[in-house]
Design a protein around this ligand. Structure first.
Ligand SMILES: C[S@@+](CC[C@H](N)C(=O)[O-])C[C@H]1O[C@@H](n2cnc3c(N)ncnc32)[C@H](O)[C@@H]1O
Length: 383
């Protein structure tokens, strides 16, 4: 069905909250969303919510007829109640629940106690001035103005600093547009001596301009709360590659080792190949998710779980608390749940939180079936 054909129809859906009458607002020029509305229609309350949420935010479906505004408000309330205070139990016997909250992140941060988090990873909007879209879902990516961007992000960074424990770390994922501005701000907030790494995540998927070298990396800034920040490099070793300045020889046990001799001192250095090595601060071994990747869910700018796995396993231990304030499709939370870390994840778009919840429920159910149930999952909407 074409987008224009579903404009202004009245649809009836039955759900746990009784009969809802939903007006299909005209959404010409947004074919992807239109198809999604039609395909997933029957009784799918998440869909109703995301759809109405967009209309409330003046987003994609913004032409709600004036005489129907009351119905839309009712829909928003209904869907929020669905998510609000929903606790999903996987069968773990004890421990506090993991948290997934639809809210502006700062509101949630302000509810939390000092030094209660071991790792914060954030992948905020990049300030492209565009709307990021994938499979009919979208979020505004912020104004293309780095000074305004830093001002907008600052309260979240201040709260992150307060929430980190003494051994905790902050990772801020950005691109060339604003990373320099944010680094200057973080140097003043954490202290220059607390800066640990500028990680360059390289990929090659996607379009390339003929007018410049392809812009194919993001930058992730890593700061420690103190000089005693936690780091577990042995958990994230990568394979040793053949190297021009090292020869491969067999050691006394017949195992291959890379070997080099210091020309000045004559000292011989040996590195067992099977142990791998600490990754450099440029990562070329994790590709961006392409459209057909099986990990892919319908949320724009989803990051690969291998990227988060390196950060989570390299800086936390099982039982530690991981926070992602801009969680989108929930990648950080999914990795934390899988790796036995606890988590708090927030996103201002309820649609993103629903997407993350679905991933976490699917994975949590699999983990429970395998005999390792994760903590309960508490979902909330802060209005
Ligand atoms: C780059 S995306 C995150 C993608 C995520 N890392 C993933 O793997 O799916 C940025 C997210 O920040 C969310 N966001 C924007 N402003 C926010 C705010 N004030 N509080 C919480 N989330 C916000 C957007 O809705 C969007 O989902």
């Amino acid at each position: 069905m074409a987008a224009h054909e579903i404009g202004s129809r009245v649809l009836d859906c039955h759900g746990g909250y009784g009969l809802l009458q939903i007006l299909a607002a005209p959404i010409a020029n947004h074919c992807a969303l239109a198809r999604w509305v039609v395909n997933k229609l029957a009784g799918h309350l998440d869909l109703e919510h995301s759809w109405s949420w967009r209309s409330m935010l003046g987003g994609v479906c913004k032409w709600v007829p004036v005489h129907k505004v009351g119905e839309h408000r009712a829909m928003v309330g209904c869907a929020s109640r669905m998510l609000n205070q929903q606790t999903i139990q996987f069968g773990a016997k004890q421990g506090p629940p993991d948290m997934l909250v639809a809210a502006d992140c700062v509101e949630v941060q302000r509810e939390m106690k000092d030094e209660s988090v071991d790792l914060v990873y954030i992948d905020p909007p990049f300030g492209t001035g565009k709307t990021q879209t994938a499979q009919g879902r979208s979020y505004p990516d912020g104004r293309n103005n780095p000074t305004a961007f830093v001002q907008w992000l600052a309260p979240c960074l201040v709260e992150s600093h307060r929430l980190l424990c003494a051994t905790g770390s902050l990772f801020v994922h950005l691109d060339y547009r604003s990373v320099h501005y944010v680094k200057v701000y973080l140097d003043s907030l954490f202290g220059r001596s607390r800066f640990i790494n500028e990680l360059i995540w390289c990929y090659s998927v996607g379009g390339k301009s003929k007018r410049r070298f392809a812009r194919k990396h993001d930058t992730i800034l890593w700061y420690g709360k103190s000089a005693e920040y936690a780091f577990y490099p042995e958990h994230v070793h990568v394979p040793r590659k053949p190297s021009s300045h090292m020869r491969v020889v067999m050691d006394e046990n017949g195992e291959p080792v890379q070997e080099k001799t210091d020309r000045k001192t004559g000292k011989v250095y040996r590195y067992p190949v099977h142990r791998g090595k600490i990754p450099e601060d440029w990562w070329t071994d994790i590709e961006l998710l392409n459209r057909s990747d099986k990990e892919r869910v319908a949320w724009p700018t989803q990051k690969p779980s291998r990227l988060l796995e390196r950060i989570v396993k390299g800086t936390t231990q099982p039982g530690n608390v991981v926070a992602d304030w801009f969680s989108g499709s929930g990648t950080t939370a999914v990795v934390a749940q899988r790796e036995g870390r606890r988590f708090v994840a927030t996103d201002v778009e309820t649609e993103a939180v629903v997407c993350a919840r679905d991933r976490l429920v699917a994975q949590g159910t699999r983990l429970a079936a395998g005999g390792c149930p994760p903590p309960d999952l508490q979902c909330r909407v802060l209005q």
